[in-house]
Write a protein that binds this ligand. Sequence first.
Ligand code: HEC
Ligand code: HEC
Length: 306
Amino acid sequence: MIEGYAVPDFVSDFWHWWIAALTIGGILFTLWVVVSQTTRRLAPGEQAEVMEHRWDGDLQEYNNPLPRWWLYLFYFLIAFSAVYLVLYPGLGKFQGAWNWSSASQWQQEKARLDAKFDEAIKPYLQVDLNSLASDAKAMQSGKRLFLTYCSQCHGSDGKGSKDFPNLTDQEWLWGGEPERIKASITNGFTAEMPPLGDAVGGEQGAREVANYVLAMAGRPHDAALAAAGKDKYAVCAGCHGEDGKGNADAGFPNIVDAPSRFGNSEAAIVEGILKGRKGGMPSQAHLGEAKIHLLAAYVLSLSKGQ
Ligand code: HEC
Ligand code: HEC
């Protein structure tokens, strides 16, 4: 059962009792109507009365009792509704004796299909990521997984957007070796960069360092500012390395190869230095290794343009 889904959100208990009372009252009323209208049987030889009203000139209505089979059908349905309401949710927020909910049924169904799917893709675990990336059939499954689990952040084409890195280029924040990609997906990222405004001498200092980073990356920059920023970059080198290529193992991204998901303008880098940056990709370990293996191969295939 998923928390928050299983129990309907009644604002107060009043509505729970109100709905339960209406439901039970409705059933009892139906029972009363059926019983009260069917106690009379025709005596042998007795003719059913003709009712007062007529339609279309000569259509008359007889007051016959309901046929027995029809009557029993009513009793059966009333009994059925009582049993149903004991077993299934239906009376206000009462969960029913079987504790069934559409959410839990959905979850069970999903878990069953998930297990089946994992079983089907297990053989791929034996195939190395580079070969798997060129296996068209496997990549169809990979694409479907990507659309389900990754596209909400990285885009359905993997090209990312502001705040989410592009996975289709050759440049990586965290390294593009096949096993590295697999680790990126498995572990996610919680890396954090502290605000460093004070360490670089305020906004002016931050602009200088930012231009130095842009210069290292070979992007358009202001040469005078970059020269002034060279020494101040020492603050950054401890994490991002002298050359800005970072250290994925230690959790520091490459800031000169990959186009930054925060933008490569001076302003974006300055903002990062002054306010800090907090990464965020939730770990995907819950998907299990078989799915992650296939996803890593798919990301690899995207970056190879296959
Ligand atoms: C304590 C370690 C540390 C220091 C010092 C540090 N950074 Fe970072 N930086 C990080 C981490 C960790 C991230 C990744 C944050 C994330 O994943 O959102 C990051 C991200 C960045 C990014 C964005 C990369 C991307 O994900 O798109 C830029 C640009 C950047 N840093 C530049 C700098 C500059 C310039 C300095 C020096 C003023 C600096 N950093 C100092 C740890 C550090
Ligand atoms: C909630 C949003 C979110 C989801 C869902 C998500 N990602 Fe990410 N992903 C990110 C962010 C943000 C980063 C950058 C992390 C950082 O640098 O701190 C990232 C980074 C990555 C990287 C490293 C990119 C590089 O340049 O090194 C890979 C690979 C990746 N994601 C693959 C995936 C795959 C595959 C999935 C689906 C199983 C996925 N991601 C799901 C947000 C997400």
